[in-house]
Design a protein around this ligand. Structure first.
Ligand SMILES: *Cc1c(COP(=O)(O)O)cnc(C)c1O
Length: 397
């Protein structure tokens, strides 16, 4: 494919941080996006687990337009209605007592890490500043969150890393027990690892972490940036395991594509964030909070969690059917509409061939095809994807 003028321009003037696919998208509706050549794609990436209600959702578009005409931004020197109402919604549907709003997943994790360190100091334990995270985790690209991330390729070139992070194998309770000593203020885990390859915990992992953290006076922090807001078929993934955390971070699905992050915490920890200790200019603007409120309302009004669980089961069982047909498919795993298919070979060529057939999918960790469609995806769209994938895998074999 020849690069279009816009691709040539972008490659000349943008930082080279992304290996982009040769497609320039110009609009989207529901589960479909359209490129500048007028080609449509069925979108099983969903802006990387962000567009949970699909593209151009009317309720979100309406909320954004209305709020844009009323008040976009005033800073956190003042109270605003959408921010308070969104915090109330999150608090009323979670373990948490308080919410801090920011602009991305990485920033939400930064807030959680800073809170954990400060809460330990405030409780008379300045020696507790370390955070134990897991191997193959992903927590963001700022210096502290990349240091928290358990993947060498993300550290590489940016050393020295921020001090105070260590990593143990995911889903290994005894490794965590051994790592949580008197210098640790928090355990940081994703309830289901996303970028690490859609890795599932055993049913007793999160409850075990909670027990361990309570015993040792350590904060349990869940990074639900990807798993939160219904992606797994419950509002928050940890609800599947009946093991609430003390602190949780959200971002991706929260405002269906407007930039937002949130750090939720129980009062005992949250009280350490006193005036002046942490801040962000843009965090929780009326505009993004109005969008998030529209997302929240739509999730509940349209029973999207039930739909997500049902579609997730169908997608997973159809993909497992393919795994039975193609021996180079090692495993299909996931929860709700966060599904991975691990191959014994690189998945890049499959992603490319699927795109040429009009389907957007993603690949993580080189070999794991990842499916993160909008939660409103329909059965016939899943059928279309699975049949195109079956064809593509047959050609790959
Ligand atoms: C995407 C992601 C992040 C980082 O979010 P950004 O908005 O890109 O900073 C952090 N944690 C998890 C689990 C993620 O999936």
């Amino acid at each position: 494919m020849n690069a279009s003028p816009v691709m040539e321009l972008a490659d000349k003037v943008l930082a080279k941080t992304y290996g982009r696919q040769p497609v320039c998208l110009v609009e989207g509706r529901g589960t479909t996006v359209v490129d500048d050549q007028g080609r449509s794609y069925l979108d099983f990436v969903g802006g990387l687990a962000v567009c949970i209600l699909g593209h151009s959702h009317p309720a979100v578009a309406h909320a954004v337009c209305e709020q844009a005409r009323r008040l976009v931004h005033v800073s956190n020197l003042y109270y605003t209605v959408p921010q308070a109402e969104l915090a109330r919604w999150l608090v009323s549907r979670s373990f948490a007592d308080r919410v801090f709003f920011c602009n991305s997943g990485a920033e939400a994790n930064e807030a959680a890490i800073k809170l954990a360190r400060k809460a330990a100091k405030d409780s008379g334990h300045p020696e507790r500043f370390r955070v134990v995270a897991t191997e193959r985790s992903f927590h963001g690209r700022t210096l502290a969150t990349l240091s928290a991330t358990g993947q060498e390729k993300i550290h590489k070139g940016f050393e020295p890393l921020v001090e105070g992070f260590s990593h143990v194998p995911y889903n290994d309770l005894s490794a965590m027990e051994a790592a949580v000593d008197g210098t640790v203020c928090a355990v940081l885990v994703e309830p289901v690892q996303g970028e690490g390859g859609v890795c599932m915990p055993d049913p007793d992992y999160l409850p075990g972490l909670r027990r361990l953290c309570d015993e040792r006076g350590v904060l349990l922090v869940y990074d639900e940036v990807q798993t939160g807001m219904g992606r797994t078929g419950k509002l928050f993934a940890h609800e599947h395991f009946s093991a609430p955390p003390h602190v949780m971070t959200l971002a991706k699905g929260l405002a269906n594509g407007l930039p937002i992050g949130a750090m939720l915490a129980v009062e005992d920890a949250a009280k350490s964030f006193t005036p002046g200790t942490h801040a962000t200019t843009f965090g929780g603007t009326p505009l993004v909070c109005a969008a998030a409120l529209a997302v929240a309302e739509t999730l509940e009004k349209e029973n999207i969690l039930d739909h997500c669980r049902e579609m997730g089961e169908r997608l997973q069982s159809a993909l497992k059917g393919l795994a039975g047909k193609f021996p180079f498919v090692k495993q299909v795993r996931g929860l709700g509409l966060m599904v991975g298919m691990e191959l014994d070979r690189p998945g890049g060529p499959v992603v490319e061939a699927m795109r040429e057939k009009g389907f957007l999918i993603n690949c993580t960790q080189d070999t794991v095809l990842r499916f993160l469609p909008p939660l409103i995806v329909q059965q016939h769209e899943i059928d279309q994807l699975v049949s195109a994938l079956s064809e593509t895998l047959a050609q790959t074999a």
